[in-house]
Unconditional design. Structure first.
Length: 279
């Protein structure tokens, strides 16, 4: 069983009609009722098949404090037939009390060629650009599956790259309009802007790959000609500066700095002497 922020306990409806979890609550955390019902409940039941009852906690950074306290109790009283797997992007997101009662296994990204081969075997009927999807997955097969099963993700990536290319060569006034748009969008939907910055980062990486004669590593092969043109004009130092600023911008945005300031500085680093024809 997989536990994440969308998990719902077996009885979300309370006596007063309210719900403790579920889609109507618009929950952004893993509630204690989910931990008690789904994790604690399963830990006390012998497996029907195999030797272990296995629970995977996917969105562990969304565990509330009371949920973590309950999880700690489960770990302390754990059954030998119960296996709890907690997935984290950073060990710092888990309290020491939890980490000290777990074994740590580091998972490394799969080579993109391996993911591409797995996609070919899993989805032989798909005609999508599997190479691009594999590279966008950043070594995570689950992410590659999400992309291939949700075509809108790849469509969004292509639209963003075209938006980026159309922005090149525009006067600063137009680029500052783009900055204002990003700033306003960030206040409404942070994730969408972070996704946009990720596209910028991937595209700058493509430029760097071409500049260092590693064309086979580029992600957006659909825009190879346009990216080659840009790579031949701007120096590597400019590419690296843009990449570094995008990376630092994502960190600074989490520090409640005015996003308009961050994006204004960002667009001023975009090349302005390049004309790209997308037709």
């Amino acid at each position: 069983m997989i536990i994440n922020k969308e998990s719902v306990c077996s009885n979300p409806k309370k006596n007063d009609g309210r719900e403790c979890c579920g889609p109507t609550t618009k929950q952004t955390v893993i509630s204690i009722c989910v931990v008690r019902d789904l994790i604690l409940g399963k830990s006390q039941v012998k497996p029907f098949y195999g030797n272990h009852q296995v629970i995977i906690v996917k969105d562990s950074h969304l565990l509330r404090k009371e949920s973590i306290d309950q999880l700690l109790k489960i770990l302390e009283e754990g059954s030998p037939n119960f296996l709890l797997i907690i997935l984290v992007e950073s060990l710092d997101s888990l309290p020491l009390t939890i980490k000290s009662r777990c074994q740590t296994y580091k998972l490394f990204p799969l080579p993109s060629k391996n993911i591409e081969n797995l996609l070919e075997m899993t989805y032989p009927e798909k005609n999508e650009d599997l190479s691009t999807i594999a590279k966008l997955s950043q070594g995570c097969f689950g992410k590659a599956v999400d992309i291939i099963e949700n075509p809108i993700i790849l469509d969004y990536q292509n639209q963003t790259i075209e938006r980026i290319l159309s922005l090149l060569g525009k006067p600063l006034s137009k680029q500052l309009e783009y900055s204002q748009k990003l700033s306003g969008q960030y206040k409404k939907n942070k994730d969408s802007v972070i996704n946009e910055l990720d596209c910028w980062s991937n595209w700058c990486r493509d430029i760097l790959m071409i500049q260092t004669n590693q064309n086979h590593q580029i992600i957006y092969s659909k825009y190879l000609d346009e990216t080659k043109k840009i790579a031949s004009i701007i120096p590597i130092s400019k590419t690296l500066n843009l990449l570094n600023y995008i990376s630092s911008s994502k960190k600074t945005l989490n520090m409640n700095v005015n996003p308009l300031i961050i994006f204004d500085i960002f667009v001023k680093q975009i090349p302005k002497s390049i004309q790209i024809n997308l037709n």
